[in-house]
Design a binder for this molecule. Structure first.
Ligand code: GRG
Length: 293
């Protein structure tokens, strides 16, 4: 699982490009108003974050030889997907869900504004994501919108299963299903959508996306166990305290770490035939399981 590609500068460059586009979205919303909703929406969109999903989209488009430039369909999809991700975080932080005060090192949207505004920001981001994706008029955008909608639907299903399963009530196959839906589906949509935007076909990225999606969630659960709030930018140890159904809770941290690494190796093996064009995606695959925040 080794590699020499410098992933941190790549991620920083993607983040800067994506944030330029997100500022355009926020500016559009500001012009439409009302002011408080638009301000909160901009706060949710432009509050940092790794921008990992856009990086997966763009690197997947590059891996299949497609265009990942600022005017590309891959970039349009990357921005739309990040808006869906932002909506999920705003809603997940609400008192009726995870009840978090901190996100990305800043007060969550319902803390900085109010609960009703946070609900509306999430709703607004979701519809704005599809408007943005379809607004360029590219014929291929409709297929990408269907892919994004399917990923977002599975994310909501996963959240519903999570909310309904207090304590260790779930067995391993159910926990894996929860993870695949709640977080895995949107990550997988990023990898598959990048390929579809880049060359019109998934090119086998479904299996890569599935593996990386699961690996990401296992790594996230391990970080919740071992990270601290300052590094994570959010409360740590909450899952364990809430008795959440996670893989580390079920099989132990060591075994969970082994599984995350194995999933990453399997994704890397699937990407091997793509050669040098897939180097950023391979480096991101490694980052998914080695990241510290
Ligand atoms: C509320 C519909 C709805 C869904 C919520 C995604 C999700 C489902 C909940 C988020 C809670 C959470 C912390 C899940 C673990 C995985 C995850 C999505 C982590 C945050 O993603 P990162 O690490 O965050 O990519 P940044 O801040 O870098 O964008």
């Amino acid at each position: 699982m080794t590699g020499s590609f410098a992933i941190e500068p790549y991620l920083r460059a993607v983040a800067a490009r994506v944030e330029g586009q997100l500022r355009r979205v926020a500016e559009e919303r500001r012009r439409a108003g009302p002011p408080r909703l638009a301000e909160a929406l901009g706060y949710a969109l432009l509050s940092g974050g790794k921008r990992l999903r856009p990086a997966l989209v763009l690197s997947s488009a590059e891996a299949v030889g497609g265009d990942a430039g600022d005017g590309s369909l891959a970039m349009r999809f990357a921005v739309a997907l990040e808006m869906i991700h932002a909506y999920s975080l705003v809603h997940d932080d609400l008192p009726c869900m995870d009840d978090d005060d901190l996100r990305r090192g800043r007060p969550t949207v319902h803390r900085a504004f109010d609960e009703a505004t946070a609900v509306l920001v999430g709703d607004g981001l979701q519809s704005a994501a599809f408007s943005w994706l379809l607004g360029g008029g590219e014929p291929r955008a409709a297929a990408l919108a269907a892919l994004l909608a399917a990923g977002a639907t599975r994310m909501v299903e996963g959240q519903a299963i999570d909310m309904a399963a207090p304590g260790a009530a779930l067995a391993e196959p159910e926990v894996l299903d929860l993870m695949a839906r709640k977080t895995g589906a949107l990550l997988a949509a990023a990898v598959v959508g990048g390929a579809v935007a880049g060359c019109g076909e998934p090119r086998g990225m479904e299996r890569v996306g599935e593996k990386l999606g699961l690996a990401f969630q296992i790594a996230d659960d391990l970080l919740d166990l071992t990270g601290d709030a300052a590094t994570l930018g959010k409360g740590a140890g909450k899952d364990a305290a809430a008795g959440k159904a996670t893989l580390p809770a079920l099989v132990g941290a060591g075994e969970a770490r082994r599984r995350a690494d194995a999933l990453c190796d399997e994704a890397l093996a699937l990407l091997a035939p793509l050669g040098a064009a897939a180097e950023p995606l391979r480096a991101l695959s490694r980052f998914v399981v080695t990241r510290r925040h």
